[in-house]
Design a protein. Structure first.
Length: 295
């Protein structure tokens, strides 16, 4: 069996990182190396894992998930590279299950991410409307292999090129680089595979504000980006339809307590879209001025 590298990108995850590392070291299929990518942690994350047999790779500052994953792909010694996020805990047979059902003609595979905490309304909303999995059946070529539970062939990643870090913004630093990689691999003709038996537990808890913000970040790749007024108004309509859809889903699932969060989608996503449009125009204006002035 091929040796496997496992990495964990980490940014200020002192609440979870020890559980994440312990879960990797306790796998029924032991990885050949375990890397923790320190993406500029300013809390105790790195100190807390100093006693464990893992290799810490410093990014020298917070550069975001895309850059952290790129560093892992570069330094990993093995062809098979798996990862979980720092706020996750892998089931003991997670890695074994990923490898066992990994088709030889696929570039990558991913498993089922389960929300471990559903204590508050925001966590329940996330589990209902933002599931990080594709159900209980295996799927060939799912839309995306989610970043918190994945295994890729290193050669495939380098064939399509590393993740794009030129467009990193505060919104891009978290949560959508996995969709970009999946799309690049599909565009190059590769296959991907989803295996629900490879389970990772997502430990993070959310607030209504944080979950609505994260949901908007997801929309960057799924819906038109509002960089012009006509697209902005189109996005306003999409935001309204999304809110209505989720409210209906809450009613059908007999979860009326989640409706207030679903209703937030329309006003808050419209606000975020407006800010995105304004910031894009400001950057474009500054760039045009710089070129015109020769600066």
């Amino acid at each position: 069996m091929e040796k496997i590298s496992v990495y964990i990108p980490c940014y200020n995850a002192e609440r979870f990182i020890v559980k994440a590392v312990k879960s990797i070291l306790a796998q029924t299929l032991c990885p050949a190396e375990v890397l923790v990518i320190d993406d500029g942690c300013t809390d105790r994350s790195i100190d807390l894992i100093a006693k464990f047999p893992v290799k810490v790779i410093s990014m020298g500052g917070n550069q975001g998930l895309a850059a952290a994953r790129n560093r892992a792909y570069k330094v990993a010694k093995n062809e098979l590279i798996a990862s979980i996020d720092a706020d996750c805990e892998a089931h003991p047979d997670w890695l074994e299950q990923l490898v066992k059902a990994f088709p030889v003609d696929c570039a990558g595979t991913g498993g089922k991410n389960i929300e471990a905490n559903q204590k508050n309304f925001a966590d329940r909303w996330r589990a209902q409307h933002m599931p990080l999995h594709w159900g209980d059946q295996s799927v060939l070529n799912p839309k995306v292999i989610y970043g918190g539970n994945q295994l890729f062939r290193k050669s495939s990643i380098f064939q399509v090129g590393l993740l794009d870090t030129s467009k990193v913004t505060e919104d891009y630093k978290i949560g959508i680089e996995d969709l970009e990689l999946s799309r690049k691999l599909y565009s190059a003709g590769y296959k991907l595979f989803y295996n629900p038996k490879a389970v990772v537990y997502h430990l993070r808890t959310d607030t209504p504000a944080s979950i609505i913000r994260q949901y908007w970040r997801w929309s960057v790749f799924y819906y038109p980006v509002p960089i012009r007024l006509p697209v902005f108004f189109l996005k306003v309509g999409i935001n309204l339809l999304k809110a209505v859809k989720h409210v209906v889903d809450d009613i059908v699932r007999r979860e009326p307590i989640l409706i207030p969060i679903s209703l937030r989608i329309f006003p808050f996503h419209t606000l975020y879209d407006f800010r995105h449009l304004r910031n894009f125009r400001n950057r474009h204006a500054k760039l045009s001025h710089s070129r015109f002035s020769g600066g």
